[in-house]
Design a protein around this ligand. Structure first.
Ligand code: TRP
Ligand code: ZN
Length: 856
């Protein structure tokens, strides 16, 4: 079963593919695909090995002639034509196969989503469409013909001809098969145009189902902003006559950057104030940008093999983060990104699924579309930019585009560009790509009042715990941005970038007069865990005065964490310093509401569990929940008046706008509401629900009502009003298991799973309910194992239908070994139950092997 792929086994493909011609005769259960592939040998005497899976092969010819059957060997997912049966020079391979889109529930290859034919080929989906060298380093221009009665027939590139029943597309830019796309269906377009920096006119379309057009406008605006931004900031221009975006309801992930034909999960396209929240709008803008930016970082320059995935994903995430910072608040965006990095990537890095941003082996590549490849991949680029400086970064990127346009590249190519553009040796830096695990950096201060007018010595040391398969972790280069704040609040020293390269190093700051407060890891300058024993007074000073917004937020976070950990340990009154510091902070909160909302939010329970585990304490999910609730209540009680005033003051009058400023006000308002609900039993939340003028207010109110068990009326109202809107109903399915009291959440989830509209084959609906429960820390980790069982039962059911989504959701179990023996026993039993399924998918099997290996 296991078929480990190794980076070390990479060999170039022994043929060049000069053109790919495809013809599709679409039919729901029997689509015919004819392929003509023009090959030229690159290595004499090589066999031709093609990938294919689940294809009914009808014919195969070389230059029009059927080869001797003895020359053909069928493998598990391959077809080999022996060298002897191939002409010495160039030749055309023609095949015809039949496939069944209707029965394709895995959603890779060609499938039907609500009557729309669509494709998903990354990473290895094209082999479900036809025989092909399905690997990213084989690139070719494509000509595609689509025959179908459906009105809209789309593929990559430029349209070259269309008549009723037939469309023809030509994509002149050589691309790997994973970027192929086809869409056919009854769709309507919101259309617009964009003029590029050199004056070329591009037709833009956002294709949606009839009826959804009024919700497509925001996506179109986001697309135009993205195109302009990539020209301005990276000098990158779009390169086809058309750019199409299609929204489909059944999709395994967020969206896909197919050349000239991006396909999106409809939840990342469709938005109106009454159906989408501020967070949805922000994500839509970011993902539209992300997929558009892939046109250069991913498509024009692609990956040599799938081990290099972070070459395109890390860079493209980094670019979309920059874009969002420019469109909205850079400070808020940075903190949001750190919050997700810690919640998802640090968690991954600390458990059985840890892997480097560039892995060197895998069983199933779809299991490596992870927070480490994406978000840590982006952090690594952020560090690189910090280390070389903005000007050098731009020069290196220019060189990257110049040197590698049209190529399939590696991380080594990427680093070489930086070395050549800056003269810097990046040998040690490369460890960030090859080594897994989150470094822990310890900062120790020594203050000498009498030396050189007051000298502060900072010593930094680093260690990284072993990760699966990597016992030893040599030191990395870690950029630690440090500033010094005076005890009275003024900035004593501006930000300085300390480069930690060894296990331990020291830095001296002289002539300081009085002892400053050290503001360390400013801007979260490296993806590390910082241990810095700053006292409560120092933290309060930073929260009040730090000029670096991340460090300021982090200071408040540190106070909250100390309070929570003490409370979990039985000191039920801990946190006076935190409550006091938040009190002073709230006085100025209205100046930057989005930032204030982040400061007010307590760390999630899962993060508290991680922190306890790091300190050698077995986390008790119920105690963590209780501690967090009690701290929230104490915070609310201490500042009830101020919070109530903020709740009123942050109301946003007038028509809805998803812009940063009004979103920030709503975020602060809802953060205040969440705290106040702990005191008023839901009175304010109910009033807000009744008077809500947009989905942001509704969902904020609803989450608070669910938390206090007062949501029945609101939920009924939601069903009545939005029962037919899938995206809104996904929220209905998610908020209940996620926000409910842990003792009730599993029961609630079970009831929801029994509803006729729990269409579990739809990934969004499945993720809403099953993911919603997994996100409720104390419910998923219920002591009786009911949370584990519920999730395991559903993973068992989904695996035969959709392995990709099953395997992704299995990561809910990635922390199972850190809990007590009772919970571990239940978790192991649940995992073993899934693992024992007779025909478990390769995707899920790999995840379970890795998860169970952690248990010893
Ligand atoms: N390349 C896509 C992105 O990051 C993500 C992706 C990979 C994907 N495989 C997928 C999306 C499968 C949907 C289904 O933008
Ligand atoms: Zn991407």
């Amino acid at each position: 079963m296991a078929r480990t792929r190794l980076l070390a086994d990479y060999r170039p493909f022994p043929f060049a593919l000069t053109e790919t011609r495809l013809r599709f005769d679409l039919a729901p259960t029997a689509t015919r695909v004819r392929a003509e592939l023009d090959f030229a040998p690159a290595v004499p005497g090589a066999d031709l090995v093609l990938d294919g899976a689940g294809l009914r092969t009808l014919s195969l010819r070389i230059d029009g002639v059927e080869p001797d059957p003895a020359a053909i060997t069928m493998g598990d997912e391959t077809l080999t034509i022996s060298a002897g049966a191939l002409p010495g020079g160039s030749f055309t391979l023609s095949t015809e196969v039949e496939i069944d889109p209707e029965r394709n529930t895995a959603l890779e290859g060609l499938y039907l989503s609500g009557g729309i034919f669509c494709t998903q080929c990354e990473a290895e989906g094209f082999r479900h469409i036809t025989w092909y060298p399905d690997r990213p380093d084989v690139m070719a221009p494509f000509r595609v013909q689509i025959r179908s009665d459906l009105p809209v027939l789309l593929s990559n590139g430029n349209p070259v001809a269309a008549e009723p029943g037939l469309a023809e597309w030509h994509d002149p830019w050589p691309k790997p098969a994973y970027l192929f796309a086809l869409v056919a269906g009854e769709l309507e377009a919101l259309s617009d145009r964009f003029t590029t920096m050199t004056g070329r006119d591009v037709a833009l379309n956002v294709w949606v189902r009839p009826g959804d057009l009024p919700r497509a406008g925001f996506a179109m605006e986001a697309l135009k902003k993205s195109m302009l931004w990539d020209e301005r900031v990276y000098g990158r221009e779009y390169d086809l006559d058309v750019f199409n975006i299609v929204a489909v309801d059944d999709f395994n992930m967020g969206a896909m950057e197919n050349k000239g034909l991006n396909i999106f999960n409809s939840k990342l396209v469709l938005a109106s104030p009454d159906t989408a929240t501020d967070t949805d709008y922000e994500r839509i803008e970011a993902v539209i940008a992300h997929e558009y930016f892939h046109n250069w970082t991913g498509n024009r320059i692609t990956c040599r093999d799938w081990f290099q995935l972070c070459l395109k994903e890390g860079l493209t995430v980094f670019r979309d983060q920059q874009f969002t910072s420019d469109m909205r608040s850079a400070a808020v965006k940075r903190i949001e990104d750190v919050v997700t990095l810690r919640a998802r990537q640090f968690r991954e890095d600390a458990g059985p699924l840890a892997h480097p941003p560039r892995p060197d082996h895998y069983e199933e590549i779809n299991n490596f579309y992870t927070a480490t490849v994406y978000e840590k991949g982006a952090e690594v680029i952020g560090m690189l930019k910090r280390l070389v400086g903005d000007g050098n970064y731009r020069a290196a990127l220019d060189l990257y585009f110049d040197r590698h346009d049209g190529q399939a590249c590696t991380i080594e190519d990427w680093l070489k560009v930086f070395e050549d553009a800056t003269g810097r040796d990046l040998t040690q830096f490369a460890r960030w790509y090859t080594d897994a695990g989150t470094p822990e950096v310890t900062l120790v201060e020594a203050w000498d009042e009498d030396e050189a007018g007051g000298t502060l010595t900072l010593s930094l040391s680093q260690t990284t715990k072993p990760t699966p398969g990597q016992p030893d972790k040599p030191p990395r280069v870690i950029p630690v941005a440090v500033g010094l704040i005076g005890r009275n609040g003024g900035e004593q020293r501006p930000t300085e970038l300390l480069e930690l390269t060894g296990p331990t190093q020291g830095w001296r700051f002289e002539g300081l007069g009085s002892r400053p407060v050290v503001s360390a890891l400013r801007g979260f300058s490296a993806p590390v865990v910082l241990r810095h024993d700053l006292d409560e007074a120092g933290r309060a000073t930073l929260l009040a005065h730090d000029t670096d917004p991340f460090a300021r937020w982090e200071a408040g976070r540190g106070l909250a964490i100390d309070a929570l950990i003490a409370r979990v340990g039985g000191d039920t009154d801990a946190g006076a310093a935190y409550v006091r510091a938040i009190g002073s902070f709230l006085d100025g909160a209205a100046a930057d509401p989005a930032f204030a909302a982040l400061v007010l939010r307590l760390p999630p329970e899962d993060e508290i569990a991680t922190l306890l585990h790091d300190r050698g304490i077995v986390p008790d999910p119920d105690a963590i929940h209780a501690a967090r609730e009690s701290l929230a209540r104490d915070l609310a009680r201490a500042h009830e008046g101020t919070l109530a005033a903020l709740f009123d003051a942050m109301e946003v009058p007038g028509p809805y706008s998803p812009d940063a400023e009004p979103s920030g006000r709503r975020a602060l308002r809802l953060e205040a509401l969440s705290l106040l609900t702990r005191l008023d039993g839901g009175a304010r939340a109910r009033a807000l629900w009744d008077g809500a003028r947009n989905m942001t207010e509704r969902m904020g109110a609803l989450a608070s009502l669910v938390r206090v068990g007062q949501a029945d009326d609101a939920l009924r109202g939601m069903e009545t009003e939005f029962g037919a809107n899938r995206l809104v109903m996904d929220k209905f399915f998610a908020v209940q298991p996620m926000a409910a009291a842990p003792g009730r959440a599993v029961e609630i989830a079970r009831t929801l799973a029994g509803r006729p509209d729990f269409d579990w084959r739809n990934p969004n609906r499945f993720r809403a309910l099953i993911g919603g429960l997994s996100a409720n820390h104390a419910a998923f980790h219920a002591a009786d194992g009911s949370g584990y069982d519920f999730v395991a039962d559903w993973l068992t059911r989904l695996d035969p239908v959709n392995p990709q989504t099953t395997a992704r959701m299995a990561s809910a179990f990635e922390t199972w070994t850190r809990y007590d023996a009772g919970r571990r026993k239940h978790a192991r039993a649940a995992l073993e139950r899934i693992a024992s399924l007779p025909r478990l998918s390769r995707n899920t099997a790999e995840m379970l092997t890795r998860l169970l290996a952690a248990g010893g």
